[in-house]
Design a protein. Structure first.
Length: 411
């Protein structure tokens, strides 16, 4: 594939339009691109093609992340500068959550290549896998594996809703499950990681600015609650004779909302609830539902979950049911590297600092390597929804800002 002329600079909106049909979800709207689904695999192919066109050398690591390297002469990769994001999505997600960071990184490489022919520091664009945890339940699974933030055995045994284990799916996609896990060599090469991402709230709308530098990520976790009752016939079972887990779950969901409302800065969500067996004329025997709790103070997050669990146990008992709570994913509050933040603020004097309630791979890498994030304005202030949006000019400003930030970090 011929290298593109160094003066050729793509646009973010152009690159995103290439993938605008991939994984479009006619039922939910937006995009549904779970890791290793046909849609996400198509996006991987798109990324590899774009990276190869730019003369980057593309490698897939033992955990399934794709790395597109712009190497220095001699190929030493120590103290490398990494940017990128993810391509998987939540069900019915927006067009920008993940792909904006990947497309912006490719355009930033174009911009840097139009300025310099040889990088003074090795640079790579990375695509992490399963950032959303939508298929295997653990947020940022790919970056957690690379950093050792998740036990490799636990990861291998994660299963998707169809019962496929992560080991099976990884193997089916060219990985050797035996080698999943912390990648010391790769981690040792990373000098800094800068991720650009669509902002997923209203911060930049209210600040009336197109770009921000991230200050922190709210701690967050996910817990599965399973309430067991007595499955039965909807017509022959008198109301007094029921032990209906759907009632216990419904009461618990309201209790979760009420509990979070009483704690300033807390967020608690139940976005996924699955009755078993799930028939219209069937009293469920079990209801599984997932709790997402977030707060700046990790101790408060823990106390909120404890309070919710206690309330749920009482509610279940009143409804003649039993309940189990299982932690599936937990990410502490992250404060990004002050040194890197200062460098970015120096390079981007117009960009305000902004915290976020959304988790990112940059947050997972943060304890081990200097990481920073750039946010691009989302005029809808909505995310994890088809309504997520970025104006064309802000998207291009984002790529230009990322290129400026990388250039500043290259010296
Ligand atoms: O859930 C999150 O905060 C992120 O979008 N994965
Ligand atoms: Mn997301
Ligand atoms: Mn994301």
């Amino acid at each position: 594939m011929p290298e593109i002329a160094t003066a050729t600079v793509a646009t973010v909106t152009g690159l995103l339009s290439d993938i605008a049909a991939t994984g479009a979800d006619p039922l939910r709207g937006g995009y549904t691109r779970p890791v290793y689904s046909t849609a996400e695999l198509d996006l991987r192919e798109w990324f590899i093609e774009q990276a190869t066109k730019r003369g980057l050398s593309v490698e897939t690591d033992r955990n399934g992340a794709i790395w597109a390297w712009w190497d220095i002469p001699g190929g030493d990769r120590s103290n490398s500068l990494i940017t990128g994001s993810h391509l998987d999505s939540v069900p019915g997600g927006g067009h920008f959550d993940g792909p904006l960071g990947v497309a912006s990184a490719l355009v930033a490489v174009d911009m840097l290549k139009a300025r310099i022919t040889t990088p003074t520091r090795p640079l790579a664009v990375v695509v992490f896998s399963e950032e959303e945890g939508s298929r295997f339940g653990v947020a940022c699974l790919g970056s957690r594996l690379m950093t050792g933030a998740i036990d490799a055995d636990k990861a291998r045994n994660l299963s998707d809703p169809e019962g496929n284990t992560f080991a099976d799916i990884a193997r089916a996609n060219g990985l050797d499950p035996r080698f999943l896990g912390k990648d010391e060599q790769l981690l040792g090469q990373i000098g800094a990681f800068v991720e650009l991402h669509v902002e997923q709230g209203r911060g930049l709308i209210d600040l009336n600015r197109p770009i921000a530098v991230a200050s922190s990520i709210l701690g967050h976790g996910r817990w599965r609650l399973s309430i067991n009752g007595q499955g039965n016939h909807a017509g022959t079972t008198l109301m007094a004779d029921r032990r209906d887990p759907m009632i216990a779950a419904s009461r618990t969901v309201v209790a979760i909302r009420d509990t979070a409302r009483q704690q300033p800065h807390a967020r608690a969500t139940v976005g996924r609830l699955q009755p078993v067996p799930g028939g219209t004329n069937v009293i469920a025997s079990r209801v599984d539902f997932w709790l997402d709790v977030r707060h700046p103070d990790d101790a408060i997050t823990a106390s909120l979950v404890e309070s919710i669990h206690t309330q749920a146990q009482l509610i279940a008992a009143e409804e003649g049911c039993t309940i189990e709570l299982t932690e599936e994913s937990l990410s502490p509050t992250v404060h990004f590297d002050p040194g890197l933040q200062q460098q970015l603020q120096h390079a981007l004097p117009d960009a305000p600092m902004l915290d976020t309630g959304a988790g990112h791979d940059a947050g997972v890498l943060s304890p081990l390597v200097p990481t920073a994030m750039l946010f691009v304005r989302n005029p809808s202030g909505i995310s994890h929804s088809p309504e997520e949006h970025v104006l064309d000019e802000d998207a291009e400003t984002g790529a230009q800002t990322l290129a400026d930030a990388l250039a500043a970090l290259m010296t």
